[in-house]
Design a protein around this ligand. Sequence first.
Ligand code: ADE
Length: 265
Amino acid sequence: MRIDILTTFPEMFAIQPPAALGVSIPGRAARAGLVEIVATNIRDFAANKHQKTDDRPFGGGPGMVMMCQPLWDAVAHAEAADTVSPPRPCTRILLTPQGVPLTQRLVEDLATRPRLLLIAGHYEGVDERVIERLAPLEISIGDYVLSGGELAAMVLIDALVRLIPGALGDEESSLADSFSTTPQDPRPLLDCPHYTRPRDWEGASVPEILLSGDHARIARWRLEQRLARTQARRPDLLAPWPTAAPSSHPNPGVESPVSDGEALP
Ligand code: ADE
């Protein structure tokens, strides 16, 4: 899988020397060639003297708006560049607080795509005209505002990489992660509590059942714990799922096509 990031801070995505994605599971996956992470500086595509990528908003107001031209040209460049020929189709994604919420379901869907192009918007926003032309899937990582889309892009990449076969070591598994589902159990449950040595720590002991060696009982206990935790902490996850209601959001989420944006030259 290849993930391109368009940003004005490409150094944030360095694998070597490592920045945030160059360590732990994403770093290992990148070095093993399971995922190719390519950050492109939007500034390199600014066709103006000062390599400006942003300008003041029409109509006034605070902040700066990302301009159409540098972003459009950066997307054209990134999409045409691939290590396989012909270039794989790209799912375009804009990280923005106005997007559809990022969920484990959406991450699972995106993990099946051959190539993602993440656009990390900055400043007060991105000129709406280039968003309309590119028609990216707009994704938010939560109802709060970050200074830019970079950290949101990293959150998405980290969650995705965990799902790539081979990314987790033998002792790790994404199947028991919070929110993960299986065809046998489609409920997105929280994780159960975990314990390791010592058996007694300052008067606190490990639940007896985990020391019993009875794997069927342990599995049952863990499932009960997951259900109880989910009920106590996130009852919304256990509520019956709404059936596909028509969404007025421009990005209906997981059902989105690979890209319905305008093809670039
Ligand atoms: N950019 C700024 N805030 C964001 C958020 N909450 N999610 C995704 N991208 C963002």
